[in-house]
Structure formats: C-alpha cells, structure tokens
Design a binder for this molecule. Structure first.
Ligand code: GLA
Length: 400
C-alpha cells in the first residue's frame, strides 16, 4: 500500500516537472520505436521502375501482392521510392507529382491499406533527393506530419545532396520527427554505410543500408558506375557486420533484384538465400504484377523466408571459406541452424558442413531438411555434404 502511494506521488512529481530540452544523445537513447522486430518485408519501386513509377503501378503491385500470395507469405510494405514528389506548396508542405500521382498519396495509402498492406514512402536528408526532387532538409517535422496524415507506415530516407551534414544528427532528427507524429513508422536509413551507422543507429533506424546500390548482376563489376555493386560484393561488405543486427535494427544490404532479368534462376536463388541467411530486409524489387513462375517460386519460398524471419533475429555468417566454396550458418530459435552451402565457382563442387561448425556434438543425430527441394532428408550425424551447382546454393535446416 505504502509502495503504491509512493509511486503515485513519484508519478505526480515527474508529471509536474518542467519538460527539459532533450539533447541529441537523449533522443537517441530512447527506446527504439518497437517496430521491425523481424526484418521488414515488402516491395519497393526503385529497382524495376526507378523514376517511371506511377500510382497505377503501386495499385497493380498491391493487387498482385495479394493475388500472388506474397502478402500471405509475409510481404507487407508497398514502398514508393524516389520521384513521387511534386513541388512544395506556399506553406512548404510537400505534394505529389500531379501527372504521375493524380489521386495524391493519401488515396494511394488508403488503397494499399484496403488490401491489408502497409504503405511506405521515400525522402532524403538533403535539399534534394538523388533523383533531384525536393528533400526534407529544413522540413523534417513538416514532412513527418504530412506522411502521418497520409497514413504512411514506412520511410526510406536517402543521403544525396547532404553536403557536410552530420549523418547521426540528420537521421536522429528525422527519427524524432517521425516519433513525434505518434504514428508507427518504420525508419529505413539509406546512408550507404558511409558513416558506419551500425555503430550508432540502433535506436535511430530500424534498418540501415550498409553498401552502395545493388544492381542486377551476380559477380561482375558494373561497367559504368562504381557506386553500383553486384550481389557478391554486397554480400562481402554486409557479412562482417553480423554482430550489429538484431530485432528492431537490421543491416540492409539493399533491395532484391530477383526477377529483374540480369541473373540466372540459380543466381537469384543464391541472392535470396544469402539475404535470408543475413537476416536482411526482404524488399522485392521486380514487377510482381508480371512475374514468371521461377521468380514467384523464389520470392514465395516459405522455408527460406522463415529463416530470414526467425524471431531470434541473429544475422548468419560465413563459418568457412575454401576458395569459391563457403559454408554459412544462422542460429534459429528452438536450437535449429540454417546452413548454406554456397559455391561461387564456375564448376559444380562438393561442399560440406561439419557438426563442429554448427556447435553440435559430432555424434548427435540431427534432422536435415533441404529448403529449396522442400524435402526432409532424414537424420544425420557428424557432417553433411552435397554437390552444389555453379553460382548455386544448397540451403538446409538442421535440427538437433
Ligand atoms: C539512391 C538509393 C537508391 C534509390 C535511389 C533513388 O541511389 O541508394 O536505393 O533510392 O537513390 O534515387
């Protein structure tokens, strides 16, 4: 009883105290927003449509996410990337491009919500976005308020035209602006890893890009742009950061290229598997209203999605590398491990994992399931080997 009175008194004192101004650090030290406890899943317009995105594409995509079974499989956010913007109005409020988005963003958000999905939008911490549209610098609270009014659930926040802005301050400011709206908005930081956000952004963003932009290629460098990276380069940059990821704050090795035509089905399967092993956000980047069966079967592999979405939220990592052959392990809830046997080489190769690499006693029998063949392979002890096709993977769940 006395305890209760004391805590009631304390609450009164706290409420009566004048609100002290918060320092940047105090804002950062607040609990994160409680969102994205597993890596965000959805779709983003950029990789396929770039600046040609329209409201019709967003509506068609939302429809297709339901019809294809993607919503059912966990894909949730429909995110419009750069180039949706019109001008700022006389009071500084951002508007939508009247030609491409004649209904306005609120109507599109409502449509996406009516499909049981969530709506995401894009802006930039500088004066201009990477596509040259108005950025949010100097309009942070006004833009956050606008997004909340429209019903936005996710903001991707880019880093072009930021001059000598300090990344931590710029992202903490927008995080605070989003928080101050009272709406749940996942905050996707797109700073390309320049200022190492994994070291400071845990309570600022729900995900942060760790690299420059992905392009639709597996191993070879981009012929023109050194800011664009093939899957293997991105993997090698993102893998060492495994210890910084966890529920609510994820390393983001960029959006998926699965289905965009630049890689083989085998390579797309590897790309998707590696993203799942790295607990990466699974943001499809293809034209899902028109995808073929091979693409659908990759994006909708529920066994692989379950690895990505495992509630422990541990980013998997490479435990061995022998030339072009690698073994990756991701601890899963319930004592299981996801295992990736990965062959970067141009020839088929035998790749094996030992129980030692999994932290399982050599004699202990464990159930093995092949997550691409969708087949239980019985119980094994000691090790497991398989022939892995060139640029391919064998992905397993090992349950002791
Ligand atoms: C940057 C980002 C991309 C995309 C484009 C849009 O390059 O890294 O993901 O958002 O801008 O212009």
């Amino acid at each position: 009883m006395a305890k209760r009175i004391l805590s009631a008194l304390l609450a009164l004192v706290v409420m009566a105290a004048p609100a002290a101004a918060e320092t940047t650090q105090e804002v950062i030290d607040k609990a994160p927003n409680g969102l994205a406890l597993t890596p965000p899943m959805g779709w983003n317009s950029w990789n396929k449509f770039a600046c040609n995105v329209t409201e019709q594409i967003l509506r068609d995509t939302a429809d297709a996410m339901v019809a294809s079974g993607m919503r059912e499989a966990g894909y949730q956010y429909v995110v419009v990337d750069d180039c949706w913007h019109g001008k700022r109005d006389a009071n500084g409020f951002i508007t939508a491009d009247p030609q491409r988005f004649p209904s306005g963003m609120k109507a599109i958000a409502d449509y996406v919500h009516s499909k049981g999905l969530k709506f995401g939008i894009y802006s930039d911490a500088g004066r201009l976005t990477c596509g040259g549209r108005p950025g949010s610098q100097g309009h942070e609270y006004q833009d956050a308020l606008t997004y909340a009014r429209w019903g936005v659930d996710y903001l991707k926040y880019d880093w072009c035209s930021t001059g000598d802005r300090n990344a931590k301050e710029a992202y903490a400011l927008m995080a605070d602006a989003l928080r101050s709206t009272g709406r749940d908005i996942v905050f996707s930081m797109c700073e390309w890893g320049t200022a190492k956000p994994w070291l400071w952004a845990k309570n600022i963003g729900n995900l942060w890009r760790t690299t420059g932009d992905i392009f639709d290629g597996f191993a070879n460098k981009h012929p023109q742009h050194d800011w664009a990276h093939p899957v293997l380069d991105i993997v090698d940059q993102n893998e060492p950061l495994w210890q910084y990821a966890g529920p609510g704050h994820w390393n983001d090795p960029d959006m998926l290229e699965v289905g965009n035509g630049g890689m083989s089905t085998t390579e797309y399967r590897s790309h998707f598997s590696l993203w799942a092993m790295m607990a990466a956000p699974l943001i499809a980047g293809n034209d899902i209203a028109r995808m073929d069966e091979a693409t659908r079967s990759i994006l909708l592999n529920k066994d692989v999605i379950a690895v990505d979405q495992d509630k422990l939220g541990i980013q998997g990592r490479r435990v061995s590398k022998n030339g072009d052959q690698e073994v990756w392990v991701k601890p899963l809830s319930g004592g299981a491990r996801a295992v990736l046997l990965f062959n970067r080489g141009k020839d088929a190769a035998d790749v094996g994992v030992t129980w030692d690499q999994l932290g399982i006693p050599a004699k202990q029998r464990a159930k093995v399931r092949d997550l691409w063949a969708h087949r239980d392979l019985g119980t094994r002890a000691g090790s497991f080997n398989a022939t892995v096709e060139p640029h391919g993977v064998v992905m397993l769940k090992v349950q002791p």
